[in-house]
Design a protein around this ligand. Structure first.
Ligand code: CU
Length: 123
């Protein structure tokens, strides 16, 4: 007499597992793109920390003509790259850029897709 299999019918186990896997994949994809700086409440400051691996605060609000300074505080390589400005890829130091015109300027670290920030220049 053959031994009785302890396994349950596959369909009852497989379907919930596939659903769970789908949720995990969606969660991982959302995580890799990082928090959306356009969704964040901007902080009224011209100083941004470049940390591992996030800009802090990720959204700032400044007046036109303001010089924004990024200060590296983490231990890994990062850069600050936006339309019309680009820092070196470094582990320490500062980088500054003056925002003359009103508008919303997105920037990022080119080697870390989750590192994104925004400067809101409000006239
Ligand atoms: Cu980075």
């Amino acid at each position: 007499m053959a031994p009785t299999s302890p396994a349950q019918p596959t369909s009852r186990v497989l379907v919930p597992r596939l659903a769970l896997l789908g949720l995990l994949v969606i969660g991982a994809a959302a995580c890799s793109s990082g928090p959306d700086p356009l969704e964040a409440d901007p902080v009224a400051t011209s100083s941004v920390d470049v940390d591992d691996n996030v800009f802090e605060p990720i959204a700032v609000e400044v007046a036109p003509g303001t010089e924004v300074t990024w200060t590296w505080v983490g231990s890994n390589d990062h850069n600050v790259v936006g339309d019309g400005f680009e820092s070196e890829l470094v582990t320490e130091g500062t980088f500054s850029h003056t925002f003359e015109d009103a508008g919303t300027v997105e920037y990022r670290c080119t080697i870390h897709p989750a590192m994104r920030g925004v400067v809101r220049v409000e006239g």
